[in-house]
Structures are given as structure tokens and as C-alpha cells.
Design a protein around this ligand. Structure first.
Ligand SMILES: CSC[C@@H](O)[C@@H](O)C(=O)COP(=O)(O)O
Length: 350
């Protein structure tokens, strides 16, 4: 365990020689410990169990798990390797269904395999190619996050209060984050912003992870319960809401952490802009509207038990959809690495 830790070192997903090292986000903020996954099965389990979470981070983990599976089968024929990788792709894809970044990264890995296999290069060369592709996915995400941050900065003013939900920072991406990137860049440039972080029930990504990240970076952050959002808006403490996304349909409808849609409704009521910040890898041009986005339902005990302590009676039913879908008409702008887009969002079909 290490506590002397700088946020600039945040690497939630790190490919090593024979495994992928994941920060165990279930243990933060109390402990900084790691889980090492050696193949597709172990990586899929880590994604399912939320060791690693956040749409871009699970995509990177998935790509690395795919590569590790290939590296473990380097003595197979290309045809047999293809079967192994199709199984790995299906296994990883099933680990979490909502974030489209995961399926995008896995398709990209499979396409890379097929391109290399068609060229009749050795399995060794195929495996090396897959490693390079997975690392490229990670490197591209870092660049995208920084560009998203630059665009977000243009929407902020000195001293402004901004509300955010869930965790969209370095822990959820390769670095900087998406919705949090603007706060990091503001800090780097000496612009003071006041960030309000929803605690984000039931999994507490806001109070455990966002507060942890921003605090270490010296960003002015205040945690609130999700049910205080209306009050901070009514009191004029926040003048914008910025969230990330797990999947943006072609018409701009956006799936993100449960509770996001409520914030969008409140923001409209209070006349506050509601921004979605995400890389283009989060856009799903094949899904026409939000009704086509698969929403993950997670185990009941994420609601009824916190850190081993039961907070609801044994036997009570609990409903735990992990994401909701914000209708595009409630979204003031979608910010990607390529710019700031305002509705109607049909151009996202590109
Ligand atoms: C940059 S992360 C964007 C989203 O993935 C984030 O807001 C979110 O909903 C994460 O959900 P999680 O269930 O923690 O994986």
C-alpha cells in the first residue's frame, strides 16, 4: 500500500510484461492497492467486479486483456488463435454492457488481429501488433482527454461553481479524465473553480474517487449527497453541470451513471447549462436513440450494504440500474476531443 501518491501518477490501467496492473478502485480512498490480471478471464472478472471502472478505463483494460490472451497462445496456429480471441472478445464484452468504449476497443483489437492474420505474418508478429494496438488505444485516450479539457475550459469563468457526478477523472481514463479534465487544466492555468461532487449513490464514485483525485490535485472540491443537487443550484452555488458518458446514441441521448438524468432535469429548471464531456469513442453511431442502449443492472447488495455494513433490512428488494439515459434535448452541449457540439446532434452519425 502507498499513500504518498500524486494525482499525476494516476494510472488505473497499466500494461506490464505479463499482466495488466489495475488500481483496485473498490478500496479507494482508504487504500491504494492493485490487482494484476493475466488473461482475458481475469481481466473480465476485474471489470465486472469494478476493480476498474469508467468507460475509457474499462476499454483499455479490455484491450490489454485481449492482448494478454493472445500472448498466452503464441504457439497456436492463426486459425486456432482466432477462435481463442473470439471467445476472449465475447467474455470481455459481457463483463459490462453499457459503456460502448469497451466493445469499440475489442472490435478494434479483433480487426487488428484479422488484418495481421490476412498478411500471413507469424503469430509472434500478430501478438506484437496486438500489444501495439492496445497501447495505442491508451495513448489516444490521453490525448483526447486533454483536448476535451481544453474545450471545457472555454466554458468556465474564474470563481465559477460547477457540479459533477460520478468519477470521470484520471481513474476512469488514461489521464486527466473527461468531465474532470477541465478542472485539472484550470488548476494548471491558475483559474479557480469551485467543484461540487455528487457522492453518487450507490457506489459512491463521487465521494470516494472524484473527491480523492481532485483533493490531491489541489482543486477546490466539496462533496454533497445526490439529493442536495437541487439545493446547491437554487442557492446559486453552481452555474454549470458537467458529466461524462458511457454511451452517446446517434441523436445525442446519453447513458451515464444513474442520477445523471435527474441533474439534467434540475439544470433545465434552474436555467443552468448541462454539459456532457466524452471522447468520440463513447459515441455509438449505430444506436439511433437512447432507448437502444443496454442498461446494466447491478447486484442488490451495492445498495443495501456499504463496506460490509448492512443499511437496509435483510430480505428487502432493491433495484439497482447502474445508468440512466438523459434525453438529448436536456443537454446544452456535448464536448469531445474535436470540439463543442450543440443540438440537434444528428451529425454524430458520422
Ligand atoms: C470518463 S468516465 C464516464 C463514465 O464512464 C462515468 O461517468 C460513469 O458513469 C462510470 O460508471 P462506472 O459504473 O463507475 O463504470
Amino acid at each position: 500500500m502507498r499513500r504518498d501518491f500524486s494525482v499525476h501518477d494516476v494510472r488505473p490501467v497499466e500494461l506490464r510484461e505479463e499482466d495488466v496492473r489495475l488500481i483496485d478502485q473498490r478500496m479507494l480512498p482508504e487504500e491504494l492497492v492493485y490487482v494484476d490480471a493475466r488473461d482475458a478471464q481475469e481481466t473480465a472478472e476485474a471489470i465486472r467486479a469494478m476493480v476498474v471502472r469508467g468507460a475509457p478505463a474499462i476499454a483499455m483494460a479490455g484491450a490489454f486483456g485481449f492482448y494478454l490472451e493472445a500472448s498466452r497462445h503464441f504457439s497456436e496456429t492463426p486459425a486456432r488463435l482466432e477462435e481463442v480471441l473470439m471467445d476472449a472478445q465475447a467474455l470481455l464484452l459481457a463483463s459490462r454492457p453499457t459503456a460502448v468504449n469497451l466493445s469499440g476497443a475489442l472490435s478494434r483489437m479483433m480487426d487488428t488481429f484479422r488484418t495481421l492474420a490476412l498478411r500471413e505474418v507469424s503469430v509472434d508478429a500478430i501478438v506484437r501488433g496486438l500489444r501495439e494496438e492496445a497501447l495505442a488505444i491508451q495513448a489516444e485516450d490521453e490525448v483526447s482527454c486533454r483536448q476535451i479539457g481544453e474545450h471545457l475550459l472555454t466554458l468556465y469563468e474564474e470563481g465559477m461553481g460547477v457540479l459533477t457526478h460520478c468519477n470521470t477523472g484520471g481513474l476512469a481514463t488514461s489521464r486527466y479524465g473527461t468531465a474532470l479534465a477541465g478542472f485539472y487544466l484550470a488548476k494548471e492555468r491558475g483559474m479557480a473553480l469551485r467543484v461540487y461532487a455528487d457522492e453518487t449513490r450507490p457506489y459512491l464514485q463521487g465521494s470516494r474517487l472524484t473527491a480523492w483525485e481532485l483533493l490531491q490535485a489541489g482543486v477546490d472540491v466539496t462533496v454533497i449527497c445526490d439529493n442536495m443537487a437541487a439545493t446547491v443550484m437554487a442557492q446559486g452555488l453552481v452555474r454549470a453541470v458537467v458529466v461524462g458518458a458511457d454511451r452517446i446514441a446517434a441523436n445525442g441521448d446519453t447513458a451515464n451513471k444513474i442520477g445523471t438524468m435527474g441533474l439534467a432535469v434540475l439544470a433545465r429548471h434552474f436555467g443552468i447549462p448541462f454539459y456532457v464531456a466524452a471522447p468520440t469513442s463513447t459515441i455509438d453511431p449505430v444506436t439511433a436513440t437512447g432507448s437502444g442502449i443496454p442498461i446494466e443492472t447491478r447486484p442488490e447488495d451495492e445498495l443495501t450494504v456499504i463496506r460490509g455494513a448492512r443499511i437496509a433490512p435483510v430480505g428487502v428488494a432493491a433495484y439497482n440500474p447502474a445508468f440512466d439515459v438523459t434525453p438529448n434535448e436536456l443537454i446544452t452541449a456535448i464536448i469531445t476531443e474535436t470540439g463543442i457540439y450543440r443540438g440537434p446532434y444528428a451529425f454524430l452519425r458520422l
